[in-house]
Design a protein around this ligand. Structure first.
Ligand code: PLP
Length: 454
């Protein structure tokens, strides 16, 4: 017997694998987000919009690598691009400048007019770290502000107030910083926490603290599915400009998803810096920091010596240039996969949006017929299913008031019927989701709702 039996899942193979994995990996996982109770489903392979678990069950995949897989699993164009790069061009890593670095930068800039120069990193986490460092060096200021409920990667400086219990989070208009990890403290260096979609609260905090603030980071659409008000985004741009605070749009999740041009296309706002990741790597690890030339150029080695050529004749000292490096930065195989992804997506993005809209309509209608308050909330190719909500959530505090217990029950019923997303997670749609998947998904929803009624 294994504990998933009570959820009606025949996932004995997953259970046994996790028991084994726990002997070698803390909690049996390589990233905390992969865990869920009683134990996660262990996957064996992916194909198009589908995932197959180690017990042989197939699921329509709505996790899509946490939104990274805009074309689904194993798209032929990505395979070809990777193969060509590996086989024809003879290596997977040059460790030197190469042409794809510039070609990729131009492609990104064609969708993100706020970006004048870019640097590559190996993940979204590294990208937001670099963006923060650039802002600090450029402005000569130290403190950072982030919004309550927003995630910018798994590192000490940003692991505050992502999803704290509301009882610990202070006032809605002036939230308290709440550590989200062991080893993270409120010690006077933590970020200021701004209230998302709360105009007066945001204005007041910026007014009070702008002299210390190097940057404000924001997910323009929180977690990819809770949009900001237009007036809120306009005012944030206006105030950060007025106060000399660098505005960083973290578009790791929203890039090529809220729109091809991300949240900044939706809001028609030009941030000073943008971070990208996920989709643009075609399923491989990548991050990008892009933005104003004058800010990016603080990392330009043209300005002076770098740390490895300290004291080089006639150059400024190393500490005048922001040192940023990485053995794998601008990895040619990943850039090839990313370019292939973007070129397929630019043709197919409207179909992805149509699928998303059909699915959202279908889910809401099935909920209505079953007498369940199911609503969907989202932007572009990401949405979430909200249970028991009169109005749509405007920030994480609203989300905490939704009926997550029923949503979770629904999620386990859906798993049983062959839909995969991590319980309570959002849905990310790919170009591989088509008619067959739509029909299958809506049937699974009907079955799950029937079973919940019973
Ligand atoms: N920023 C945002 C908005 C994200 O959604 C994520 C990942 O989910 C990150 C940063 C971190 O990116 P990565 O997981 O590639 O380090």
């Amino acid at each position: 017997e294994h504990p998933m039996i009570e959820f009606g899942l025949q996932t004995k193979g997953s259970y046994e694998h996790m028991q084994e994995a726990k002997k070698y990996l803390p909690g049996g996982v390589t990233a905390n987000i992969k865990h869920f109770a009683p134990y996660p489903v262990v996957m064996d392979k992916g194909k198009g919009a589908w995932l197959k678990d180690v017990d042989g069950h197939w699921y329509v995949d709505y996790l899509m690598g946490y939104g990274s897989l805009a074309l689904g699993h194993g798209h032929s164009k990505i395979k070809e691009a990777v193969y060509d790069q590996l086989m024809d061009d003879g290596t997977c890593l040059f460790g030197t400048p190469h042409k794809l670095e510039t070609a990729f930068a131009k492609k990104i800039m064609s969708y993100y007019p706020s970006i004048e120069k870019v640097r590559y990193t190996n993940s979204g986490t590294e990208a937001t770290q670099l963006a923060i460092r650039l802002a600090q060096v450029f402005t000569g200021k130290k403190r950072i502000a982030k919004f309550e409920g927003h995630y910018h990667g798994g590192y000490k400086e940003m692991l505050y107030s992502i999803n704290p219990p509301v009882s610990e989070a202070g006032l809605e208009e002036a939230p308290s910083p709440v550590p989200e990890s062991a080893g993270v403290d409120v010690d006077g260096q933590e970020p200021y926490i701004l209230p998302f979609n709360h105009l007066k609260g945001m204005e007041k905090l910026l007014k009070n603290h702008h002299k210390e603030l190097a940057a404000v980071l924001i997910e323009p659409v929180q977690s990819g599915f809770i949009p900001a008000d237009q007036v809120f985004m306009d005012r944030l741009r206006e105030l950060t400009k007025k106060y000399g605070v660098i505005l960083i749009y973290d578009e790791v999740k929203t890039g090529f998803r809220s729109a091809l041009g991300g949240g900044q296309e939706k809001y028609q706002v030009k941030p000073d810096l943008t971070t990208l990741g996920k989709v643009i790597g075609g399923g491989f690890p990548i991050g990008v920091v892009g933005g104003r030339s004058d800010i990016l150029d603080v990392s330009s080695p043209d300005r002076g010596a770098d740390v490895f050529e300290a004291g080089a004749q006639g150059k400024a000292s190393a500490k005048e240039v922001l040192f940023h490096s990485g053995t794998y930065n601008g990895h040619p195989t990943i850039l090839a996969a990313g370019l292939a992804t973007i070129s397929v997506l630019e043709e197919g993005y409207n179909d992805v949006l149509s699928f998303t809209n059909e699915l959202r309509k279908g889910i809401e209608e099935i909920g209505r017929k079953a007498g369940f308050p199911l609503k969907t909330c989202g932007v572009g190719s990401i949405f979430n299913v909200i249970w028991n909500q009169d109005t749509l959530p405007r920030h994480y505090r609203d989300l905490q008031k939704t009926n997550t217990k029923m949503r979770k029950e629904l999620d386990f019923k859906l798993l049983q019927s062959g839909l995969y997303t991590k319980p309570l997670n959002r849905y990310s749609i790919s170009a591989a989701h088509g008619e067959e998947e739509l029909e299958f998904t809506l049937k699974a929803y009907e079955k799950a709702c029937e079973s919940l009624k019973g």
